[in-house]
Design a binder for this molecule. Structure first.
Ligand code: FAD
Length: 302
C-alpha cells in the first residue's frame, strides 16, 4: 500500500495517507485505520483515483462526513476516499444551487438563506455532506433531499461521469437506487423557492432549538441508528421495550433519544454492535418487529 500511496501522492494535490485512523472521520469518533486514505481535490482527481484503484484491484469505499458510519475497530482493508471540503464548492444561480458532493449541507442551507431561497430549512442540524445526504436521502420534518434535488452528477467505479435526474435517483426512505448501482455522487443541482431570509433564519433557529431539546448533541453519535418501521418510530419502540440507558463499554442507548447510541468517551465499534444486537432482541421480543439499520457499516471485525 505504501507504494500505491507514494504514487498517488505524487499525482494528486489532495491528501493521501496510509493507516489513517477512521475515528477522525466519523461523527461517532469510532473506527480503526484505513490502509489507504485519500481526499481528492476535485472531480478529475476523484475519477483518476477510482480508475487507478480499480486497475490495482484495491477495494474502495467512498465516504462523506462520516455521520452515518460505523467503522470497524480493525479498520478498513483497502482504500477510503473521502469527499470533503476539497470538493466543497457551492454556487448560487437564481433559484438553483450547484454544490459539489463534499460541501457540507449546513453551508448549502446557509447560502440559500442568505439569498432568500427556501427548501433547505429541514436540513438544519444534519451534519452531512451533500453527497452523503443525497445517497441516504437524508430527511427530517417530512421533507428530504428528494424535495430539493434537480439533477445529480455521478461517477461510476470506472471513472465515467453521468447525469441523473431526481426521478432517476430513485429516492426512497433513507435510500436511493444510486446506492444499489454503486455510483458516486460528485455534484448536485439543487432547487429552492424564494422566501424572505428573515423567515428562513427564524425557522432554522427554531428547528435547531427543537433538536437540542430532544437529541443528545453533547456526545458523539451517528444520529438515528435504526430506520423507523412503517407507521412507527424506532425510538418509541426501543423506549417502550426498556432499551433507554442500556450500556456496553462506553456506548450507551441515549436516555434522551432511544434511537441514538452515544459514545460516552472511548466506545469501540464492537460495543456499539453488541448494543445494536441487544436493542434488536428487546424490540423483537416485545413487538415482534426486526429493526433495520439506518447506519452503514464499513470494515469487518473478526
Ligand atoms: P457518510 O456517513 O460519510 O456516508 C453515508 C453513506 O453514504 C455511506 O454508505 C457512504 O459510502 C455513502 N456516501 C457518502 N458520500 C457519498 C458520495 N458522494 N457518493 C456515494 N456514496 C456516498 N440523517 C437524517 O436523514 N436525518 C436527520 O435528521 C439526521 N440527523 C442526524 C443528527 C446527528 C447528530 C448525526 C450525527 C447524524 C444525523 N443523521 C441524520 C445521519 C447522517 O447525517 C445522514 O445519514 C447523512 O446523510 C450522512 O451524510 P455523510 O456525508 O456524513 O455520509
Amino acid at each position: 500500500m505504501k507504494d500505491l500511496a507514494a504514487y498517488l501522492a505524487r499525482r494528486l494535490s489532495g491528501e493521501v495517507r496510509v493507516d489513517e485512523p477512521m475515528a477522525r472521520h466519523t461523527t461517532w469518533r469510532i473506527g480503526g485505520p484505513a490502509d489507504l486514505f485519500i481526499e481528492p481535490a476535485g472531480v478529475e482527481e476523484l475519477a483518476f483515483v477510482l480508475r487507478y484503484l480499480r486497475e490495482q484491484g484495491v477495494p474502495t469505499a467512498v465516504i462523506g462526513n462520516g455521520s452515518n458510519l460505523l467503522v470497524a475497530d480493525s479498520g478498513v482493508c483497502g482504500a477510503v476516499v473521502k469527499l470533503g471540503t476539497r470538493m466543497g464548492r457551492i454556487e448560487v444561480e437564481g433559484t438553483r444551487i450547484r454544490a459539489e458532493a463534499g460541501a457540507r449541507l449546513a453551508r448549502v442551507a446557509g447560502a440559500a438563506m442568505r439569498v432568500g431561497l427556501s427548501g433547505f430549512e429541514f436540513t438544519t442540524g444534519i451534519p452531512a455532506s451533500v453527497g452523503g445526504a443525497i445517497m441516504m436521502n437524508a430527511g427530517a420534518h417530512d421533507r428530504s433531499m428528494a424535495d430539493v434535488v434537480g439533477r445529480v452528477t455521478v461517477l461510476d467505479t470506472a471513472g465515467r461521469l453521468m447525469t441523473r435526474t431526481a426521478q432517476e435517483c430513485g429516492f426512497g426512505y433513507r435510500q436511493t437506487v444510486l446506492q444499489r448501482e454503486g455510483l458516486i455522487v460528485v455534484e448536485a443541482a439543487l432547487r429552492g423557492t424564494p422566501r424572505n431570509p428573515a423567515e428562513i433564519r427564524e425557522e432554522m433557529g427554531e428547528l435547531l432549538r427543537r433538536r437540542r431539546c430532544v437529541q443528545p448533541l453533547e456526545y458523539p453519535s451517528a444520529g438515528s441508528v435504526f430506520k423507523n418501521p412503517p407507521g412507527d418510530a424506532a425510538g418509541r419502540l426501543i423506549d417502550r421495550a426498556g432499551g433507554k440507558g442500556l450500556r456496553v463499554g462506553d456506548a450507551e442507548v441515549s436516555i434522551r433519544h432511544a434511537n441514538f447510541i452515544v459514545n460516552l468517551g472511548s466506545a469501540k465499534a464492537r460495543d456499539v454492535r453488541e448494543l445494536i444486537a441487544r436493542v434488536r432482541e428487546l424490540v423483537a421480543a416485545r413487538f415482534g418487529i426486526t429493526l433495520e439499520l439506518e447506519v452503514k457499516l464499513l470494515g469487518e471485525d473478526p
